[in-house]
Design a protein around this ligand. Structure first.
Ligand code: FES
Length: 149
C-alpha cells in the first residue's frame, strides 16, 4: 500500500466517524433484532421512495411487545434505523410503540446525516404499520387466515 492510499483510507475512516455517532456505527455493524419472527403477531413491509424496503415483525404478549425484529435491503444507515426502532419498541405497549417517531429514532442514534434522515422515517413508519397489523388481527383474529405471509 502506498502512502497516499493509506492517508486516503484514514481520511475516509475519520470522515465516517465524524458524520455518524458511535451509537449509529455500532448499530450498523452489530444490528440488534435482525431476522424473522415466525407466526408473528404483527408484521409490515414498506418500500420507501428511495427503493429500499424494511420489514418488521412483532411478538406481543399481554399487550406488550416482547420481541421485535427487522429485515432490510437498505444501506448501513437503514440497518441502524431498523435496529434502533426495534430496540425502542421492545417492552412497550402497542400504543406506545405506535408513537415511536422518526425523531425518536434519530435521537436514539445520536442523529444522522441530512441525506440519511429518511432511513429513520422508513423505520418508524414500518413500526407503525406492524403495530396496526397487530391491532387489526387482535380485534379480528379470523382474518389471519387470509394474511399473505
Ligand atoms: Fe433508503 Fe436508507 S437509503 S432507507
Amino acid at each position: 500500500m502506498t502512502n497516499s492510499q493509506s492517508t486516503k483510507g484514514q481520511d475516509a475512516g475519520e470522515q465516517t466517524n465524524a458524520v455518524y455517532s458511535e451509537t449509529a456505527i455500532d448499530h450498523m455493524r452489530n444490528p440488534r433484532n435482525a431476522g424473522v419472527i415466525t407466526n408473528a403477531d404483527g408484521q409490515a413491509s414498506i418500500t420507501g421512495p428511495c427503493g429500499d424496503t424494511m420489514e418488521i415483525w412483532l411478538r406481543v404478549v399481554d399487550g406488550i411487545i416482547e420481541r421485535a425484529s427487522f429485515w432490510t435491503d437498505g444501506c448501513g444507515t437503514t440497518i441502524a434505523a431498523g435496529s434502533m426502532v426495534t430496540e425502542l419498541a421492545k417492552g412497550k405497549r402497542a400504543a406506545e410503540a405506535f408513537r415511536v417517531a422518526q425523531q425518536d429514532v434519530l435521537d436514539a442514534l445520536g442523529g444522522l446525516p441530512d441525506e440519511s434522515v429518511h432511513c429513520a422515517l422508513l423505520a418508524a413508519n414500518t413500526m407503525k404499520e406492524a403495530v396496526k397489523d397487530y391491532l387489526a388481527f387482535r380485534n379480528e383474529p379470523w382474518k389471519r387466515a387470509y394474511r399473505k405471509c
